[in-house]
Design a protein around this ligand. Structure first.
Ligand code: GUN
Length: 332
C-alpha cells in the first residue's frame, strides 16, 4: 500500500487501503462549478467575486493563497489579493475588511490564517468577527458557526466540507458509524465533528489531553487527524478496514524523521534526500497496511479545500443577488 500511496518503493505488509484521491475529486468539483459560475456571470453581468486578505509573508500562506487565486481564475471567479505588510496594525486589517464588506463586486472574503503574532492574541477573532456573515466563505464568523451547530443552512468551513464531500462521493458510510476527530481547531476539528454528527455519526473529539488516544481512535470507523503532528497516527490507532482522513500538512526537514516514515529505498525518501524537505501528514504512511481507505498527503484533503472555497463563493454570490439558495453542485 505504501506503493500505491507513495510511489513504488518497498511494500510493507498487506495491501488493503483504497486511496481517496482528493486531487481527482477537486478537479471534478472544479469542472462542476465552472459552468455554474459562467451561468451566474451571464445572468448578473459580473462574476462571483472573492477577496483574499494576506497579512505579512508567511511562506506557507503565500503558497496557499497563490493556489486559491489560481483556482479562482480557472473556474471564472474574480479572485483579488488584498495584501498588507507584516508591519500593519490591527486597525489596518479591520479597516480593509470593512471596505471589502461594503464592496459590490466581492461576494466572499477570506482572511488567510495565521495572522502575524504582532497583531496580538485576539487578532484572529477580532478580524473574523468583522467579516460580514453573508461574505464569510470560511464559515468562521460566530453567527455562521452557531447556524452550523444548530444544523441550519450556512457557509461551512471549506476543509471539513470537502472531507464530507469526499466521504460521500466515495461511498463511505457515516450514519451510525463511530467517527473520531483528532484536533479541536475552529477551522477543522470542531466543524468536522459537527458535520459528522449532522450525518448521524457517533462522534468523539480527541485532543492533547485525551488519555489513551490510540485506544479511543482504534474504536472508530472514520478517523480524521487534524493536529499538525507528523506521523502521530500509527497502525495501533487504526481499526482494520477503517477510513482514515489525513488533514496534516507538515514539512519535514529532519532526515531522521523522514527515515522514521519511509523505509530505506522508498522513492519518497530518495526525493527527500535530493530536496532536503517533504510534505507529510499526521498519519504514518504504514497505516495504509491496516486502513480500508486513506487520503494521501499531498493530494488528499488539500486540493478539496480550495475547490470548496469556490463552491462557497458561488453560494455566497447567489445569496447576495437573491438567487435560489440551491447549493452549487450538490454540496450540502
Ligand atoms: N489557513 C489554513 N487553512 C485556512 C482556511 O481554511 N481558511 C483561512 N482563512 N486560513 C487558513
Amino acid at each position: 500500500m505504501y506503493a500505491r500511496l507513495h510511489g513504488d518503493g518497498n511494500e510493507q505488509g498487506s495491501v488493503t487501503a483504497r486511496v481517496l484521491d482528493g486531487r481527482a475529486l477537486a478537479d471534478q468539483l472544479r469542472d462542476e462549478v465552472a459552468p455554474e459560475v459562467a451561468a451566474f456571470t451571464r445572468q448578473y453581468g459580473r462574476p462571483p467575486g472573492l477577496a483574499i486578505v494576506l497579512v505579512g509573508e508567511n511562506p506557507a500562506s503565500e503558497v496557499y493563497v497563490r493556489n486559491k487565486l489560481k483556482t479562482g481564475r480557472e473556474v471564472g471567479v474574480r479572485a483579488d489579493l488584498e495584501r498588507l505588510p507584516g508591519s500593519a496594525a490591527l486597525t489596518d486589517v479591520l479597516e480593509l475588511v470593512g471596505r471589502l464588506n461594503a464592496s459590490e463586486v466581492h461576494d466572499g472574503i477570506l482572511v488567510q490564517a495565521p495572522l502575524p503574532g504582532s497583531l496580538g492574541r485576539d487578532a484572529a477573532s477580532r478580524v473574523f468577527d468583522t467579516i460580514a456573515p453573508e461574505k464569510d466563505v470560511d464559515g468562521f464568523t460566530p453567527g455562521n458557526v452557531g447556524r452550523l451547530v444548530q444544523g441550519r443552512p450556512t457557509l461551512v468551513p471549506c476543509t471539513p466540507l470537502g472531507i464530507i464531500e469526499l466521504l460521500t462521493r466515495e461511498g463511505v458510510p457515516i450514519a451510525g458509524r463511530h467517527a473520531c476527530v483528532i484536533g479541536r481547531s475552529e477551522i477543522v476539528g470542531k466543524p468536522m465533528a459537527l458535520l459528522l454528527l449532522q450525518r448521524d455519526a457517533t462522534v468523539t473529539i480527541c485532543h492533547s489531553k485525551t488519555s489513551d488516544l490510540a485506544a479511543v481512535c482504534r474504536s472508530s470507523d472514520i478517523l480524521v487527524a487534524a493536529v499538525g503532528r507528523t506521523g502521530l497516527v500509527t497502525k495501533d490507532f487504526v481499526k482494520r478496514g477503517a477510513t482514515v482522513v489525513d488533514v496534516g500538512m507538515n514539512t519535514v526537514t529532519d532526515a531522521s524523521v523522514a527515515a522514521s516514515l519511509f523505509p530505506e529505498g522508498h522513492p519518497r525518501l530518495a526525493r527527500f534526500r535530493e530536496r532536503g524537505s517533504m510534505l507529510v501528514g499526521d498519519v504514518h504512511p504504514s497505516v495504509a497496511d491496516v486502513a480500508g481507505a486513506l487520503t494521501p498527503v499531498p493530494g488528499g484533503v488539500g486540493p478539496l479545500t480550495i475547490a470548496m472555497l469556490m463552491m462557497n463563493t458561488l453560494r455566497a454570490a447567489r445569496a447576495r443577488v437573491g438567487a435560489s439558495g440551491r447549493s452549487p453542485a450538490r454540496i450540502s
